[in-house]
Design a protein around this ligand. Sequence first.
Ligand code: FMN
Length: 338
Amino acid sequence: DSINKRKSEHIRINLNEKVTGENITTGFEKFRFIHNALPEIDFDEIKLNTAFLNRELRTPFLISSMTGGAELAETINRNLATAAEEKGWTFALGSTRALIESKEYRPSFQVRKYAPNTMVIANLGAVQLNYGFSVDECKQIIDITDADALVLHLNSIQEVVQADGNTNFKSLLVKIEKLCQQLEVPVGVKEVGWGIDGSIAKKLGDVGIAFLDVAGAGGTSWSQVEKLRSNQPIKKVAAEAFTEWGIPTADCVVSIREEKVNQPIVASGGMTNGVQAAKAIALGADLVGFGRSILKEATHSVESLLEVFETRELELRMAMFGIGTSTISELKDTNRIS
Ligand code: FMN
């Protein structure tokens, strides 16, 4: 199960198979904006700029960690980075583990030349801190990618279904704390589609992580993806029992804000449009991340990505017009949601 073969299969399966969970949604459909018939603002003056990790960003949108370290990954990351640069989206790379373990696909992670002004976030499985990765390897990852931050993913259930997965998740919190203290760039933590609730967010916040990406349920299900890759009959059946697993993305955001965790939050997991994005921000998110919903365009071209990005931005602007808010900070403070 080499890393590059795994990455290629992840792309192929996510493009072609049914990888969503069942009987589970993002939860945003439970919330409705209260339409404001008299917005008294000029649509053309609506601004999407916002701040995140002490950076001024042109939009509150992020490309969720997807790939690197496989053949198609180079094209995908070049397209994503180019589109991110053009529209001012933040770009999270897929797991950079392959970067340290082999030199072969290194260029697929080196996107800075396409995205000189973009906030680029490198990615690594948190569990790798128990499997040979320490502060030094993380520093190398930042050097090689020239990333502005590192996000560690938590993916316990995925690792079990995956052949030869890394399943010792003991003592990760203290290792995350040490990394936060010693790495020169901000360290965040994300899930991969099962969500982070308020109590776990609080623990992570208390050890000094710089941001949280909830990566909640309602979108891509990684037990489904690994089920489709697995050739172990028992694991295939067991994975099937997890199609409903996870915390809906909207519930994660609400739960984290209720717990009074102060770190910035990325709402992601099953995000498909700008109205959901507006709801996420109104509920307390700072950025909104899109994963599989933009993968197909990422394999095609920069132009098709730009069309999707423009659509998401238009939807967000229209939602803001619909409730009469002209800035992201006003949207965060709105009470026109129930
Ligand atoms: N998450 C990671 O943290 N690291 C990865 O390397 C990674 N690889 C992914 C590859 C593909 C093809 C996709 C679709 C997702 C991957 N993810 C990875 C998970 C996404 O970042 C995201 O958390 C998850 O898919 C849920 O969001 P979505 O419903 O918008 O896809």
